[in-house]
Design a protein around this ligand. Sequence first.
Ligand SMILES: *[C@@H]1O[C@H](CO)[C@@H](O)[C@H](O)[C@H]1NC(C)=O
Ligand SMILES: *[C@@H]1O[C@H](CO)[C@@H](O)[C@H](O)[C@H]1NC(C)=O
Ligand SMILES: *[C@@H]1O[C@H](CO)[C@@H](O)[C@H](O)[C@H]1NC(C)=O
Ligand SMILES: *[C@@H]1O[C@H](CO)[C@@H](O)[C@H](O)[C@H]1NC(C)=O
Ligand SMILES: *[C@@H]1O[C@H](CO)[C@@H](O)[C@H](O)[C@H]1NC(C)=O
Ligand SMILES: *[C@@H]1O[C@H](CO)[C@@H](O)[C@H](O)[C@H]1NC(C)=O
Ligand SMILES: *[C@@H]1O[C@H](CO)[C@@H](O)[C@H](O)[C@H]1NC(C)=O
Ligand SMILES: *[C@@H]1O[C@H](CO)[C@@H](O)[C@H](O)[C@H]1NC(C)=O
Ligand SMILES: *[C@@H]1O[C@H](CO)[C@@H](O)[C@H](O)[C@H]1NC(C)=O
Ligand SMILES: *[C@@H]1O[C@H](CO)[C@@H](O)[C@H](O)[C@H]1NC(C)=O
Ligand SMILES: *[C@@H]1O[C@H](CO)[C@@H](O)[C@H](O)[C@H]1NC(C)=O
Length: 857
Amino acid sequence: MLHKRSSRSFCVIFLLFRYCSSTSIITPNEPLSDGNVLVSSEENFVLGFFSPANSTRRYVGIWYNKVTIRTVVWVANRDHPLTNTSGVLSLEKNGNLVLFDSQQPDVAVWSTNVSNLSAAQSNNSAELLDTGNFVLQGHDSKEDFLWQSFDYPTDTLVSNMKLGFDRRSGLNRFLTAWKSPNDPGTGSYSIRIDINGSVPQLFLYQNQNPVWRGGPWNGLGWSGVPELAVVASPKYIFNVSYVDNPDEVYLVDHLRNTSIIARMIANESTGTLQRLTWRPAEQKWVNLYFAPEDRCDTFGYCGAYSDCNLYDDVGEFVCKCLPGFKPKSQNEWDSREGKQGCVLKREGQLCGKGEGFVKLPKVKLPDTTTSRRNLNLGEKACADLCLKDCSCTGYSAANVSGGGFNGCITWYDKLVDLRNFSSGGQDFFFRVDSAELANYSKKPKRSHGYIKVLVPLLIGSAALFVLIILAYWLIMKKRKGIAETRLEGIRLFGRNISKGGKSVHSTSKNNPEVDETESTVDVKVYSLNTIISATENFSSANKVGEGGFGSVYKGKLHNGQDIAVKRLSNTSGQGTEEFRNEVTLIARLQHKNLVRLFGYCMRKEEKMLIYEYLPNKGLDGFLFDDEKRYMLDWKRRFDITVGIARGMVYLHHDSRLKIIHRDLKASNVLLDADLNPKISDFGMARIFGSDQNEETTRRVVGTYGYMSPEYAMEGLFSTKSDVFSFGILLLEIIMGRKNTSYYAENCVNLIGHVWGLWRESRAMEIVDREWLGESHEHDSQIFRCIHIGLLCVQESAAARPSMSEVVFMLCNEISLPPPDQAAFIFRTSDKVLTNTSSSSVGVVSVNNVTISTVEGR
Ligand SMILES: *[C@@H]1O[C@H](CO)[C@@H](O)[C@H](O)[C@H]1NC(C)=O
Ligand SMILES: *[C@@H]1O[C@H](CO)[C@@H](O)[C@H](O)[C@H]1NC(C)=O
Ligand SMILES: *[C@@H]1O[C@H](CO)[C@@H](O)[C@H](O)[C@H]1NC(C)=O
Ligand SMILES: *[C@@H]1O[C@H](CO)[C@@H](O)[C@H](O)[C@H]1NC(C)=O
Ligand SMILES: *[C@@H]1O[C@H](CO)[C@@H](O)[C@H](O)[C@H]1NC(C)=O
Ligand SMILES: *[C@@H]1O[C@H](CO)[C@@H](O)[C@H](O)[C@H]1NC(C)=O
Ligand SMILES: *[C@@H]1O[C@H](CO)[C@@H](O)[C@H](O)[C@H]1NC(C)=O
Ligand SMILES: *[C@@H]1O[C@H](CO)[C@@H](O)[C@H](O)[C@H]1NC(C)=O
Ligand SMILES: *[C@@H]1O[C@H](CO)[C@@H](O)[C@H](O)[C@H]1NC(C)=O
Ligand SMILES: *[C@@H]1O[C@H](CO)[C@@H](O)[C@H](O)[C@H]1NC(C)=O
Ligand SMILES: *[C@@H]1O[C@H](CO)[C@@H](O)[C@H](O)[C@H]1NC(C)=O
C-alpha cells in the first residue's frame, strides 16, 4: 500500500486517497495545503486535512499510517472547523504555525500561539515525528521544542506522551473526548491527573463532575485500578511509568514492543477511559481495559464512610457502612441507594478516648483530596500521626511497591469513594472509637479486624490437622488400599473453620462468621407443609433430577415463585444446629454466577435445600445436544465461560468461606432464562462434611473426566483441582464434545487429543465448524481460550493459574505463558465401581493404578 520513499518526494496511497507530499516537515517556504500530508520518517503517522465520518468539515489532524481504519490521535482545530478545502497550514513570519483559509489569509483559524518567539525564529520548521508528536522547532536548537502537539492532547494518549501536570509552567495535559464520531469538538468527558490535595489522583470527569477516580499512585499502580499491578508485569504490552516530583507529575505509557499499536482514549459515547490495541490480523481495535466498569467504580456511589463491595454477597446491597457507622437514611438504604452514605452510630467525638484503627484490607483508597502525605514516615509513625489529630479519620501507605509500608497518607474529614477489590487494592486503616475497637479485637469476625487473630489460629490448627490426616490416611491406605480419606480432610478442616469462631452451636445471629450488619438478611426456613404442597407431595412428575446428594424436585410456592427442592439423602449424622449454621453460611454466598440458595426445610431426619429454579437446566443439555448446541454461538459460549470463571473466583477467593467445589462439570452449571451460567451444588461439600461420623457419610467425589490427576491418584485437592475441572469444561465448551465421550484412536482422551494438536500447531482443528460457522472472526479469541484451557489442565497443579488469573487472562489481552505437558489420564478399563444413580461417582485409572471412589456404604 505504501510506495517507497524516494528522496524528498514520495506519494502515499492511504485507503482510497492518494496524497502527494514532500517529507515530514513544514518550512516557511513549504506550507501544507489541503490534499497534501506530512508523513513521519518511519511512516508511522500522517498529518493532514481530514473530514470525520458524515461530515464535510475540514480539520487538521494526525492519524496512524499503519492502521487501515483511519484513527485520528490529535486534532489541531477541533473546535474551529474549516468549511471547505481551501485551508492552509503555514509558518508565519513571527515563527508560529498558523492554519487559515486561503481565501481569507488574515484570519487565523488556529495557531500554535507561542507568544515569546523572537525574530530570529522566523525560519522555524514544524516536523511530524515518528512518535506522533508534531513539533515546532527553531533552526538551531533542535532539542528544545518551541511548541509540541503532545502538550495539547485531544482525546488520545499514545505511547511516550505525558498525561499530567507541569508544576513549573502550569501546563496541564489532559484528554478530552470528541463530541461524537462526526465531530472532534471538545466533548464532556476528560481524563486528568488532579493535583487538588497533596496526593495527585487520576480522574475521569464529565464536565466538572468526577465520574470515576483512579485514585493515587501507590508505587505499583493507581489505587483504583488493581489490574495495573499486573500491568507492571512484563506480560503486559504497556510499561506504565509515573513521575511525581516538585517539577512535574505525569503518567507515560511506554509500549514494550514498538511494533504494537495501542492507545488510551476518553470515549464520549461510553463515558469511559479506554485502552485499546490494534489487531492487524483482524483489522480492528480491541479493548484492553476500560473504566468505570461497574457500579462501585462510580465516584461516590456509596456516599461517605461506606465501602462499595461487589464481591461479598452480590445479591445484597453493595454499600456497607464502615465499622461504627450506620446508614444516614435507612429508607435510602432500603431502596438500595447509597449516595447519602453513613453516619456515626454513637454520637460523640473520636478523640483521645482510647480509639484505634481497624484494617480494611484490599481496598481502593478513599478520595485523597483532603488528605496529607508524608513520604518519610513508616507505618508506626503514620498511625501515631493520625491518632494524635482528632480530625484524622484514617491512614494508609503512600507506596506499597516494595511490599511494605512506605510513606504515609492521612485522611481528614469525610471518607468517600472507598471500594473493595477481590484482588489488588491495599490496606486502609480506619479510625474507630474504643467500643468499636473492642468489638473488633475481642470478637474475631470474618471481616475487618479478624485477620490478626484468626489467621495464625487457622494456620496452626490446619497444620495439625494436615498431620493427623496424613497419618490417618497412611494407615487407611494400608488397610484398605483406597484413597478416600482425603475427603475426611475437608470435613475436619471445614469443621475446624467453624470452630475457629468458637460458637458453632449458637444461633446464626451470634455466628462469628456472619457480620452483624448482614445477619439481618435471613435465610428462609420453609415448613414441610409448604414444600409438600409446592412439590405436590414430591410427585414423580415434579422430579427433575437425581444427583449424588439426593433428588431434586421442581415446586411452586403459593406466591407463584418457582423453586427447586433438593431432598438430601440420609444426613442423619449431622446435628440440626450444625446443619442450620452450614446452610446459613452457604446461603450468604451470593453471586450472579452461583445458583441462589433461598433456605431450607427441616423436619426430623428430613433435610431439604430450597434453591432458585432455573428453567433451562444444565449446560450439558446445550453443549451436547444436537439441536440446542446451535443456540450457543461463540459469543454466548465465551460469556458463559467467563461467568463460570467469575463464579469460581468468588468461591475460591472472594467469599468469606473458601470453597473448593470438587465437582465442577457441565451438568453442574445451570443456565438461566438469558443463558447466564450459574454454578450449582457448590455448598454440598460443606453441608455433607460438617460433623458426621464416617459410617453415615456418603462420599461424593468428583466425576470421571473432570478430576485432576493429583486428586484422582492421591486424593489431594485444592483450588487447583477445581481449576483443572474448569479447564476440561472450557475445552468441552469450545469443542462441544464430552471429555469422557472422547475416544480417539490411541485411547487418548480429550486433553490428550487437544494437546497433541496443540503441539502440531493445529489446535484450531478441535473447533466444530458446524455450530461455529465458517467465519474466522473469533478465531483469535477461541485460540486464546484453548491456550487458557491447556494452562488449566497442566499436569503440575502449581503451574496451573488460579481462577482469578484465569478471569484476567480471559478478559484481557495479555500474552500467555506456553502450556506445559497436559495431564494425561488414560482410561484403561471400565471398572466402574458404582452402585447408585449418582452422576458423581467415578473411577479413574491412571497407568494401571486404579483408584476407586465409593459413594455410600
Ligand atoms: C453516518 O450516517 C449514516 C447514515 O445516516 C449512519 O448509518 C452512520 O452510522 C453514520 N456514521 C457515523 C460514524 O455517525
Ligand atoms: C471557503 O469558505 C470560506 C468561508 O468559510 C469562504 O470565504 C471561501 O470563499 C470558501 N472557498 C471556496 C473555494 O469555496
Ligand atoms: C491565542 O492566544 C490568545 C490569547 O492568549 C487567545 O485569545 C487566542 O484564542 C489564541 N488563539 C488560538 C487560535 O488558540
Ligand atoms: C517562552 O516562555 C516560556 C515560559 O515562560 C519559556 O519556558 C520558554 O523557554 C520561552 N521560549 C523562548 C523561545 O524564549
Ligand atoms: C534561517 O536559517 C539560516 C540557516 O540555515 C540562517 O543562516 C538564517 O540567518 C536564518 N534566517 C533568519 C531570518 O534567522
Ligand atoms: C480540583 O480543583 C478544581 C479547580 O479548583 C475543581 O474544579 C475540581 O472540581 C477539583 N476536583 C476535585 C476532585 O475536588
Ligand atoms: C519501563 O519504563 C521505564 C521508565 O521509562 C524504563 O526504565 C524501563 O526500562 C522500562 N521497562 C521495559 C521492560 O520496557
Ligand atoms: C513485537 O511484536 C511483533 C508483532 O506482533 C512480533 O512479531 C515480535 O516478535 C514482537 N517482538 C518482541 C521482541 O516481542
Ligand atoms: C467508544 O467506544 C465504543 C464502544 O466500545 C466504540 O464503538 C467507539 O469506537 C469508541 N470511540 C472511540 C473514539 O474510539
Ligand atoms: C516506593 O518504594 C520502592 C521500594 O521501597 C522504591 O524503590 C520507590 O522509589 C518508592 N517510590 C516512591 C515514589 O517513593
Ligand atoms: C471486602 O470483601 C471481603 C470479602 O469479600 C471482606 O472480607 C472484607 O471485609 C471487605 N472489606 C471491606 C472494607 O468491607
